[in-house]
Design a protein around this ligand. Structure first.
Ligand SMILES: [Zn+2]
Length: 96
């Protein structure tokens, strides 16, 4: 897949950053546990370690977190769904 972003894709401070996750199903499960506040300390530590080396999981985590926050805000403040969708879309675009 080609990404046509002009920005430099080479933040090579961490050469071991994985571009593909071989365990994304597990990662997603963990991420959702964390965001639901149901993860144990041990799980938190493991996921954090993983998130530092796994690019897809970082993006997945941030997206999940963003969506959850937006949904929470929306329920609290009843902000308009259009704005919510636009915000999520722009988030997704900024990751690709
Ligand atoms: Zn992962």
């Amino acid at each position: 897949m080609q990404t046509s972003l002009p920005s430099s894709a080479s933040s090579s401070d961490k050469p071991e950053m994985k571009e593909h996750c071989n365990h994304s199903a597990d990662c997603l499960k963990m991420i959702q546990l964390i965001l639901d506040g149901e993860a144990t300390e041990q799980q938190l530590v493991r996921v954090k370690a993983n998130l530092e080396s796994c690019r897809p999981c970082i993006e997945m985590y941030q997206l999940e977190k963003e969506v959850k926050e937006l949904l929470t805000k929306r329920m609290e403040k009843r902000c308009c769904p259009e704005q919510l969708v636009a915000t999520i879309k722009s988030r997704i675009l900024s990751f690709s």
